[in-house]
Design a protein around this ligand. Sequence first.
Ligand code: NDP
Length: 384
Amino acid sequence: MQDLSRRIFLEKLGLGAGTAVLASALPYPLLAATPEAPLPADRKLNVALCGLGNYASALADGLQASLYCRLAGVVTGHPEKAREWKQKYNLPDKNIYNYQNFDTIAANKDIDLVYVVLPNALHKEYTVRAARAGKHIICEKPMATSVQDCREMIAACQKAGVQLAIGYRLHYEPTHLEIKRLGQQKVFGQVRMIDAGLGYQTYDIKEITNPPHINTATEWRLNKALSGGGPLMDLGIYCIQAARYIMGQEPVSVTGQYGPVVNKARFKEVEESITWQMNFPGGAVANCTTSCGYNIDRLFASADEGYFELSPALSYGPFKGKTSKGVIDFPVINQQAKQLDEIGKLILQNQPLPSHITGAEGLKDVKIIEAIYQSAQTQKKVMV
Ligand code: NDP
């Protein structure tokens, strides 16, 4: 509620959706507001969350704060979660599905969009099934665990005539819109080097001498078949994204190096840490790292006439940063509500989503991830 009140307050000041508050020390222009098609009166986009885990709870909070979307239904494998969510969010029985009866959602006019928040390897199946049911889709990052799956998801959505968005919440976050502007508009000249890292210490270091039993059936991030890979899939994708939107270019080649496996009991199937480099046309380099063994959350970009940096940079924030000319200081927003609102508004207006949020964007990241893994395995530079 606090976030919603803050957002309404900012919108009244003309500083809400699609705009950025000025950093006090910097003469940044406000981002141009886009002209808007009329929205249907009193109509919100009805969203069903598919997979009721940790991030679905954050999205449910975002939906509560959203101006253009509402939580209308859920898809879950656990009847007790179905009961809990039904009660908490006042959901009708007819809008509650399990994975077996999910396809019957096609007949439900009260669900417009399915938000896929499942383990990575299940994104493709549920996106394709939702598309066949005629529902728009937001699919969480990473879009899928292979480029081939991404292509099949895009094709299924095109065939069904539904829109597919990827859950890139930072594409609507003011600090990230700003670093994108600083890089792409060359505010400090041409960016030459980016250093980006996102990692979390996901285990107690005492585990090394006293290893616990790890159940990879429940800890899906450690299970390669369900995750597609380790922190590169889960966290490193934010480094790839940031480098790409600061440069406004696609990397031409990558090199990757697996880090040491410190916790051998835990990281049997996926990497614990990985570093990689992305080479951009014109010679700029992004040097990136991600890990489930140590904490890191920062971004630095060096350009011909200055620099900009954030720390925290790529997590949930609040983001803090500075440039060679002053501070970067934007208001904290509800990232999930903002992302849902910006996507929801366009779908309600029957407008196409911008390409930076669609499946085409998700595919680009997965293609780079595949190239980084290939390079780490072969110890050779891989062209993207
Ligand atoms: P969780 O493990 O917390 O939740 C996943 C849910 O998927 C489970 O609770 C379960 O829901 C359902 N599920 C169905 N089949 C399986 C299975 N075989 N194993 C495990 N779970 C299963 O994961 P997260 O919520 O953290 O992540 C889900 C997705 O969201 C991932 O793709 C992740 O990358 C993405 N994510 C995105 C974030 C962002 O900031 N954009 C942040 C965090 C995650 P149920 O019991 O209802 O069936």
